[in-house]
Design a protein around this ligand. Structure first.
Ligand SMILES: *[C@@H]1O[C@H](CO)[C@@H](O)[C@H](O)[C@H]1NC(C)=O
Ligand SMILES: *[C@@H]1O[C@H](CO)[C@@H](O)[C@H](O)[C@H]1NC(C)=O
Ligand SMILES: *[C@@H]1O[C@H](CO)[C@@H](O)[C@H](O)[C@H]1NC(C)=O
Length: 388
């Protein structure tokens, strides 16, 4: 599966390159990997349209199963929980929510799952910082008066871009494995806590090699600057400042990766599944603050308010809402994406269509926030029946 995905991605890269090649204004600009291409868009919240036209909140009430959510939410608010469900209800004109899940690892282990998520997000964010430096360097590589120096700069920037892309893929796989630990998802394929921790360690090691390549890139930039004596002061300044920033970001990536190793070690001693850990739940209220956009809800849990935008809905034959794609993003606070279903399962085709819709709207789930499936065990999942 991973291999096939790799092939598809390679084909996309080749197609993109072929497209550029046939362009009359082809300038030898190296194509950027998808990870860095999305760097700018990842700086801010997307502003996707919501399903306002015929949305009726009364029909949205009732019980929903969470089919999956993105890592920052799943490994923080839902760390250590499986079978996450939401019950939306209306009483006396007030809309309420009850989110619940079944605890399967200890609270201590759940805190470590969160710490690993924070470390993964940190290294991913530092990798993005390197991405931000690349366009100016690629631009500069075209305008240096010494073409061989320009070529060196372009090819080292391209190599860094690829290293970042691979590092991001590794960190995503770490997040997936952390999701398995968080949900004690060991029932298939003879997997265990140990094997999930091995996965974290393996991809962290691999990511460290790509981080080394980024550190080398900073060194190479300094060398290029030292040789660029005939170039403009401005070009030298660009090289020097990029080297400095990339060196600092590389150190940031390294800190995050080291924290992953430490977290994995702690999890090995604390992350064992627990039986019958009990139901964990939170309550809150739901409002519709935007009169012109009824599907832009807002959820308040204790003092924290967050947007709850329904950006896709699937309907059953009788017109009832059967699945929903929900986006929540607050600049500087965080983003998440949820898929809900009236049943504990969802057709893979519906899920795939939802996720590709999100992507087409500029909502990316790269290494900062990959989409993780929620372990549902069908029906009540061993929980007492939900009621308000
Ligand atoms: C709703 O109103 C009824 C009658 O006024 C009251 O008995 C009930 O407690 C209220 N329910 C909630 C959830 O506030
Ligand atoms: C309400 O929604 C509309 C349409 O989506 C949007 O243009 C507007 O900015 C929103 N208003 C507020 C206050 O968020
Ligand atoms: C549990 O692990 C299996 C095997 O890797 C995977 O296919 C499945 O998607 C995982 N389930 C969840 C809910 O993460």
């Amino acid at each position: 599966m991973a291999l096939r995905l790799g092939c598809v991605m390679m084909m996309i890269v080749l197609l993109a390159m072929a497209g550029r090649g046939s362009d009359a204004t082809f300038t030898n600009k190296p194509p950027q990997s998808s990870f860095c291409q999305r760097a700018e868009a990842s700086r801010q919240c997307a502003n996707p349209p919501t399903v306002d036209s015929d949305f009726k909140v009364e029909e949205y009430l009732g019980k929903w199963y969470e089919i999956g959510s993105t890592a920052a939410f799943k490994l923080l608010s839902e760390a250590g929980l499986v079978c996450n469900q939401a019950l939306y209800s209306s009483a006396n004109g007030t809309l309420s929510l009850l989110n619940s899940g079944l605890r399967v690892i200890s609270r201590l282990a759940a805190a470590e799952v969160t710490a690993i998520n924070v470390a993964a997000r940190g290294s991913c964010a530092a990798a993005r910082e390197v991405c931000y430096q690349l366009p100016a360097l690629i631009e500069l590589s075209q305008s240096l008066s010494d073409p061989s120096l320009g070529h060196r700069l372009a090819s080292s920037a391209q190599a860094a871009d690829l290293a970042l892309h691979r590092l991001a893929a590794d960190v995503s796989l770490v997040q997936q494995a952390n999701g398995d630990i968080s949900q004690a998802n060991y029932s298939s394929g003879g997997r265990t806590l140990q094997s999930s921790i091995d996965v974290i360690n393996r991809y962290t090691k691999d990511a460290e090699e790509h981080q080394d390549a980024i550190a080398d890139f900073a060194v190479e930039l300094n060398k290029i600057r030292a040789e660029a004596t005939k170039e403009s002061k401005e070009a030298q300044k660009t090289l020097g400042s990029a080297a400095l920033k990339i060196g600092a970001s590389s150190a940031g990536i390294e800190v995050g990766l080291k924290a992953l190793e430490v977290g994995a070690k702690y999890l090995m001693s604390n992350g064992q599944p627990i039986d019958n850990g009990g139901v964990s739940s939170v309550t809150g209220t739901i409002t519709q603050p935007n009169a012109t956009s009824p599907a832009k809800l807002e959820v308040a849990i204790s003092v924290a308010k967050s947007p709850y935008w329904i950006i896709a809905l699937e309907k059953a034959k009788d017109g009832a809402y059967s699945a929903a794609l929900v986006y929540s993003c607050q600049q500087g606070v965080g983003k998440s994406l949820f898929v809900l279903s009236r049943e504990p399962t969802l057709e893979m085709t519906t899920l795939a269509a939802f996720l590709s819709k999100a992507e087409s709207l500029g909502i990316y789930n790269d290494c900062e926030d990959p989409f993780l499936l929620t372990l549902q065990r069908g029906g009540s999942c061993g929980q007492p029946p939900l009621s308000m």
